[in-house]
Design a protein around this ligand. Structure first.
Ligand code: SAM
Length: 277
């Protein structure tokens, strides 16, 4: 299965979990797509998005996971610092706010397209437990020649009791991904700062960071300030429009593409590739 066949499978499962007949479900999903777009435009005002409902999760996976996975693949592909990491025999990746699976699938897409097969252990951390419902068993759908394992940790980074006992959990990571994550907690920066300070401080020397987010200073300045304070060297800093090629996905997304239109394909992003010194 390629990444987008996996997404289609996950969407089918998520669609089946939604109550109601087909037209009721489709109407609710269309509303949730509008709701998410609207909420993302208001992140700076402090809205919090509730992903616990299967309709919201379906809408997120449909509209954003395909796009964000493409971004991750494209950025890794263009970066020698990131791509050589996957030439190693064993890689540990922590995906912060990675519950929806985009970070994982983006890396998987990169491995598949480049025929690389290190043993990759993904530590997926997210406050929303319900994502586990969507992605449970996904690693079993991946061709076993890709030696992938995933573990899921339900952590709210604004709640110290959720992560303080895991202070050393992040030390084995070779790569931290923060894909559209800091924007979602930016309004709670006062509460989340302690988590990020601990993470940036405890990351092992040589660990890489991939930050991708909306091209808005409040989000990338926060990352840059943490990097500066904790000896994390920014190797690449970009603000650009990235267009995701979705011709392959269109076919794989099948009937959903006809019902719900195109997933997000153009992203105006700021991204950073950084390394702990
Ligand atoms: C916009 S989504 C990004 C997901 C994924 N990285 C991607 O690019 O598609 C933000 C994620 O952050 C999670 N999240 C929001 N607030 C959080 C918090 N305080 N602690 C941990 N995760 C949080 C949400 O549950 C959601 O999965």
């Amino acid at each position: 299965m390629n990444c987008f066949q996996i997404i289609k499978f996950v969407l089918d499962e998520a669609y089946n979990q939604i109550e109601g007949n087909e037209s009721e479900k489709d109407e609710s999903i269309s509303e949730a797509l509008v709701y998410l777009r609207d909420q993302y435009s208001k992140l700076l005002t402090g809205v919090t998005i509730d992903y616990s409902h299967p309709i919201t999760r379906f809408a997120y996976i449909y509209a954003y996971v395909t796009s964000h996975a493409n971004l991750v693949n494209t950025i890794i592909d263009k970066s020698s610092d990131l791509s050589v990491l996957f030439d190693k025999e064993k890689v540990t990746v922590t995906c912060l706010g990675g519950g929806p699976g985009s970070d994982f699938l983006g890396i998987l897409k990169y491995l598949m397209l480049n025929s690389k097969n290190p043993r990759v252990s993904f530590k997926i951390c997210d406050k929303e437990k319900a994502w586990l419902d969507s992605w449970e068993g996904v690693d079993n759908m991946v061709d076993p020649k890709f030696r992938i394992s995933t573990s899921y940790n339900s952590i709210d980074v604004t709640e110290p009791e959720d992560w303080q006992s895991l202070k050393n959990y992040f030390q084995s990571s070779d790569l931290f991904t923060m894909i559209y994550f800091m924007s979602e907690v930016q309004a709670l920066r006062d509460k989340a700062d302690e988590f990020f300070a601990n993470l940036f401080e405890k990351a092992k020397s040589g660990a890489l960071f991939l930050f991708v987010d909306n091209n808005i200073p409040e989000f990338y300045d926060w990352f840059d300030e943490l990097a500066d304070e904790f000896g994390v060297e920014i190797l690449k800093s970009r603000r650009e429009n990235i267009l995701a090629p979705i011709h392959e996905e269109k076919k794989d997304l099948g009937e959903y593409y006809k019902k719900f239109g195109s997933p997000k394909i153009r992203a105006n992003v700021a991204y950073r590739i950084a390394r702990k010194t």
